[in-house]
Design a protein around this ligand. Structure first.
Ligand code: PEP
Ligand code: MN
Length: 358
């Protein structure tokens, strides 16, 4: 190598080092600004300042780089800086694994959710009668399951559809659960019902349609019972995490996240099961993650394969609907399993479940 080339190379290395240190200097200042803006509640993205710098480049640039090239490079720096501030923000989230590296473990009637063992939450879409719930409860017991779901307050798309039995439904669930030594998981729609509902439920479910009902989330954050939070109908993973953050920010860290499919253009299934959300949520948060195979697929023929996928990809549990006579069910008639189908499902899925006890 010629001496001249060698000299130029070391010159360029020195410049690169300077650029590196200047970029990181800039990044440190950006982070400080981010903190101040957060304290003041000001938006991080500042298009006016960006525009000013782009204009400055245009005014001062003497080449050899084209102005557009330099503007492009600076746009990348702005973008990276904004991401840096967002990362910082994410780091601070209470649901974040960066905040709490250890898995959150939730004890529901002796079942420890979040330990790596896999669990099943089964039961009818809606509570219709004592006899109906009792039959399902017995089937659960036969399979050694503890966690029984059932909707008493039903968030229906049409106001003319069956809205659920309300508190009466919760009482039925509690009675059967006490008789059979099961835990009750049931959706609450209205913050005003929460307190009374706590007499009957072991886990409060917040449904997809209410994932961004912030008053309900805050109210659920103020209770001291576990909350099963479902992903919103078209919520991003980030929005889902922020919804959980609302609960945690009020002091309740007993949260189970539940992927239940999101709305896409695909019509072959009721919703599109976003299976990759499971490992993402497991990595990004410390909370247990379950998968509802009924509302995601809406298809009985897909319950088992979807449940296998959920367990294989690291879900802490699977939710599905069971009804003694789905054909006459008052809601989700087409997608609920009958009891023999439920036994077949359980017998098969248990072969794939980690440390399934009983
Ligand atoms: C349910 O689990 O009863 C339910 C209504 O599900 P989702 O909120 O996910 O639609
Ligand atoms: Mn349902």
């Amino acid at each position: 190598m010629s001496k001249e080339l060698e000299e130029l190379r070391s010159e360029i290395e020195a410049v690169d080092e300077q650029i590196l240190s200047l970029l990181n200097n800039r990044a440190s200042i950006v982070k400080e600004i981010g903190k101040l803006k957060e304290m003041q509640g000001v938006k991080r993205f500042d298009p006016v300042r960006e525009r000013k710098l782009l204009d400055l480049i245009e005014a001062r640039n003497e080449g050899p780089f084209e102005t557009s090239t330099l503007q492009y490079i600076f746009k990348q720096i702005f973008k990276a800086s904004l991401e840096l501030q967002e990362d910082d923000n994410r780091k601070a989230l209470l649901v974040s694994r960066k905040k709490k590296p250890d898995d959150t473990i939730i004890n529901i009637k002796g079942e420890q959710i979040g330990t790596g063992e896999q669990h099943f939450v089964m039961g009818p879409c809606a509570v219709e009668s004592y006899e109906q719930v009792k039959q399902v409860a017995k089937a659960l017991k036969d399979q050694g399951l503890t966690l029984m779901r059932g909707g008493a307050f039903k968030p229906r798309t049409s106001p003319y559809d069956f809205q659920g039995l309300g508190m009466e439904g919760l009482k039925i669930l509690r009675r059967v659960a006490d008789e059979e030594n099961l835990a009750v998981i049931s959706e609450i729609l209205n913050p005003n019902d929460l307190e009374e509902a706590l007499d009957y439920v072991d886990v409060v479910q917040i449904g997809a349609r209410n994932m961004q009902n912030f008053e309900l989330l805050k109210a659920a954050g103020a209770i001291r019972k576990p909350v099963l939070l479902k992903r919103g109908l078209s919520a991003t993973i980030e929005e889902f995490m922020y919804a959980a953050e609302y609960i945690l920010a009020q002091g309740n860290d007993q949260i189970i996240l539940c992927e239940r499919g999101i709305r896409t253009y695909e019509k072959a299934t009721r919703n599109t099961l976003d299976i990759s959300a499971v490992p993402i949520l497991k990595q990004e948060t410390h909370l247990p993650v379950m998968v509802d195979v009924t509302h995601s697929t809406g298809r009985k023929d897909l319950l088992l394969p979807a449940a296998k996928a959920a367990l294989a990809i690291g879900a802490d549990g699977v939710m599905a609907e069971v009804h003694p006579d789905p054909a006459v069910a008052l809601s989700d008639s087409a997608q609920q399993m009958n009891i023999p189908q439920f036994h077949d499902f359980m017998n098969e899925i248990k072969k794939h479940a980690a440390v399934f006890t009983s």
